[in-house]
Structures are given as structure tokens and as C-alpha cells.
Ligand binder design. Sequence first.
Ligand code: ADP
Length: 285
Amino acid sequence: ELVPVEGQPSLGPGRAASLIVFHDVSGLKRAESLRSDFVANVSHELKTPLATLIGFLETLKGPARNDEQARARFIDIMLAEAQRMSRIVADLLSLSRIELNEFQPPEGRANLKRIAGSVIDGLGLKAKERGIVLRLSAPDSVPDIPGDADELTQVLQNLVDNALKYSRDQALVTVELSLITEPALLRLNLPQQRGAPAAIALSVRDQGPGIAREHIPRLTERFYRVDNARSREMGGTGLGLAIVKHIINRHRGRLEIQSVLGQGSVFTIYLPMDSLPAAPAPVAS
Ligand code: ADP
């Protein structure tokens, strides 16, 4: 869609046609409409737990005032709703911070094996409570990569947390790290250096419900959920995979999702091992 830039004089007869300046506002309008969709989504997401909170508080003030049992139960529900709102706000803040830096390469170096180990330790108890076996498989030595350790921790935390959330009790969740060499990289369109392993693949595999094919491309959209009720019940914010996508973009990596309904899902991230090799120095003549 092309519209004239505001403030441009209208062309009278005899004016040079080269004065016309057109400005493409379709991108701008799209961004505006995305923004207002987003505000509408956030408002909706916060409205639901708030309405629950208000409802229970009113009941506690009125009919349930002297009902000790109801009080204890309502307080638990209210606490869970308030915690969910707090998670949504924390995820939104995190998303906006990441988006701000998305086009700046990350500073520092990170070791994915160490990160995977600490995420698994952190979620170990949660897994154990449900009899889920959480397993790490990695080569003895995994080199550091250029990356922000906090952000990459957040990626893995979200992926493993999802795998646990959507698994049934007693299931198996595996985190697997592997080094990727050149031929595979061509397919992945990642920067490569001769000889050395050029990227690290990290996959999180579960035996959960799986995800139907048509949903897969949309999973990284904010607030997109395959099953709204299930995600909410599990305490999800619908923002985890959006955060994962932005962090991986910033690290110039890729996210691949494979899933078979009724069998499980594999979320794999590929991260380049090194910054793009410098352009070769000109040969002295
Ligand atoms: P949520 O907080 O709802 O888990 P995410 O952004 O992390 O939000 O994930 C988006 C949706 O993708 C989830 O609501 C769920 O429907 C689906 N999903 C994510 N991970 C898995 C998984 N391991 N198995 C099945 N479905 C998943």
C-alpha cells in the first residue's frame, strides 16, 4: 500500500513529477496492528487471573467470611493465580529485554554442558516428584561457545520445563548434546570453519502427547497454545517458546521442532561454535 508522505505539497499542474515522494506505510501499519493485538492479548491474559482473584476476595469478604475450610482453599487458589500473573509479567519483561538486544551479538562465552547440568539439577526435584527420569547425555568435553550464559540457561530451562509439564508421570525426558561437523552445517545454514566441529546441537526429547503438525510453525508466537486449558492448568504463560526463539535468533542459531502425536516431541537448538570467521586477509602481491 502506497500513500504520499504527510506534508508533501500536492502536485499542481506543471509541477515536476520527480517531486512526488511515496512512503510505504504497510510495514508501519502492520507493526501497529501487531502491537495492538499484543496489548489486547496481554490484557486478556491478565484479566482472567485478576477476575478470579476479585471473585474469591469478594466471596471471602461476604458469604465465606466465617468458613475456615473455604478460606484455606480460596487462599491457595488466589495464591496460584497471583503467582501466574507474576510469571506472565516476568516473562513479558524478559521478552522485551531480549528483543531490545536481538540484533546485537551476545557477549561472553557459555558452556552448554555446564548449563544443561545446572538446569537439570534445578528441575530434578520437580521431575522426581512425578517419577520422571531426567537424563543428560553429552560428550566428555564440550567446548565453550560465544553466548550469554543467562539467556541460554533460560532457553534450556523453558524447554526442559515444558518437557516435564507435558509429560505423564514416570516418563523419560532426555537432554542430549552433540557436536555438529561441517556437512550437517550446510543443511543448517550456519557459519562454519574447516576441520573443527562447527556447531553444538542440544535437544530435549519427551514422551509427551506430541504436537499436531499444523500447530508447530505457530508455537513460538506469543501466547500461542495448542491446548489453552491444559497450558493454564500447568501454570504456563504461553511465552516460553517466544522467549526461546528470540534468544536463539540473537545467538544466530536455529530451533527445530519434531513431534509425533501420541509419541512425543523433540526440541533441538543448533548454536554456532564460533563467531563468523573473519574475511581472509588480502594476499600481498
Ligand atoms: P506454555 O507456557 O503454555 O507452555 P510455551 O510458549 O512454552 O507456553 O509453549 C507454547 C505451547 O506449545 C504450549 O502451550 C503447548 O501447547 C505446546 N508445547 C510446548 N512444549 C511442548 C511439549 N514438550 N509437548 C507438547 N506440547 C508442547
